[in-house]
Design a protein around this ligand. Structure first.
Ligand SMILES: [Zn+2]
Ligand SMILES: [Zn+2]
Ligand SMILES: [Zn+2]
Length: 306
């Protein structure tokens, strides 16, 4: 039985209170090596240092950080270690949809704020179970393994199950049908998944980058455009409503300046853009590809019988 308590844990959160809180919880659960980082930049440096010394940390990452967008941090980590487990801390009022989005972007789980001990415990328990599951010997009961795969997630496709088990979809079908007739699982609608164009794996993660330099070091910003001198820069740069370029005061919203919400600002090349570009990363062969090159796999999905 693998015990995860000696694994390094990285907490990246700009609130020291949250950092202390999480460390307390994790210590209670037996985790000794908890490192707190106050922003994305420091967090990434600590992450890279750990990776360089051969350790893969479990990461707790705040969704809203001042210096870098969580997607940027997540993407940069996945680029280094596609198998890293990143748990995103999000405010409870975030919609179901946006949480699903974060998970689709390669995060392992989300943790809603205010953080509760039971939730941290639950996540660490699942993580430990999954790590141990990987060590299960191949002659263990195949039916049991398939049941575990299906019932521990909301829905799992036949393609994914077959790939995980290292078998063909046809070989998996009798096992799936047995679980179905035993009322352990139910068949859901077909799902279409993006697969790696080289190896066909559907376990891939979405990688976000700047459309101009392809870097992943970006943050989300509110920008202001001053019409008169055509300066566009972060709202914070207009100190006391003075335009940082022409030094004139901005006066009337809509007639001499406009606010551009939710823009991204690249920390590497200073490009400003309303939407991120994306690539996909295969978690088996590390192949990075664009959507146009993706292979699509359609297969039925299965979920827990409830
Ligand atoms: Zn691949
Ligand atoms: Zn850039
Ligand atoms: Zn100006």
């Amino acid at each position: 039985m693998t015990d995860l308590t000696d694994r390094e844990i990285l907490v990246i959160d700009d609130s020291p209170a949250v950092g202390i809180f999480l460390r307390e919880f994790l210590l209670k659960l037996g985790f000794q090596k908890v490192h707190c980082c106050e922003n994305g930049k420091i967090g990434l440096e600590a992450f890279n240092e750990l990776i360089d010394s051969g350790k893969v940390p479990i990461v707790f990452l705040d969704y809203n950080m001042p210096d870098m967008n969580a997607l940027s941090v997540l993407t940069q980590m996945l680029n280094v270690r596609p198998d890293v487990k990143v748990i995103i801390e999000t405010a409870r009022e975030r919609s179901e949809e946006s949480i699903k989005e974060v998970i689709a972007q390669g995060a392992y789980q989300y943790l809603s704020k205010p953080i509760r001990l039971e939730n941290v415990k639950e996540i660490m328990k699942t993580l430990t179970a999954e790590e141990n599951y990987k060590d299960v010997s191949p002659d263990d009961d195949v039916i049991q393994r398939v049941e575990f795969l299906i019932t521990t997630s909301t829905r799992t496709s036949l393609t994914r199950i077959a790939q995980y088990m290292g078998k063909t979809k046809e070989e998996m079908l009798p096992i799936i049908q047995k679980l179905e007739s035993d009322k352990k699982i139910i068949k859901l609608k077909d799902i279409k998944e993006i697969a790696c164009p080289d190896c066909g794996l559907v376990k891939i993660s979405q990688i976000f980058h700047c459309p101009s330099c392809k870097g992943s070091n970006f943050k989300q910003e509110k920008l202001i455009e001053h019409y008169e001198c055509s300066n566009v820069s972060s709202a914070n740069s207009y100190v006391d409503d003075i335009c940082p370029k022409c030094r004139k005061k901005i006066k009337v919203l809509g007639s001499d300046y406009r606010v551009m919400d939710n823009y991204y600002l690249c920390n590497d090349c200073s490009e400003k853009f309303p939407e991120l570009s994306t690539d996909f990363l295969c978690l088996r062969c590390n192949n990075r590809f664009e959507i146009e090159r993706a292979k699509w796999e359609t297969s039925p999905a299965y979920g827990r019988f409830s």
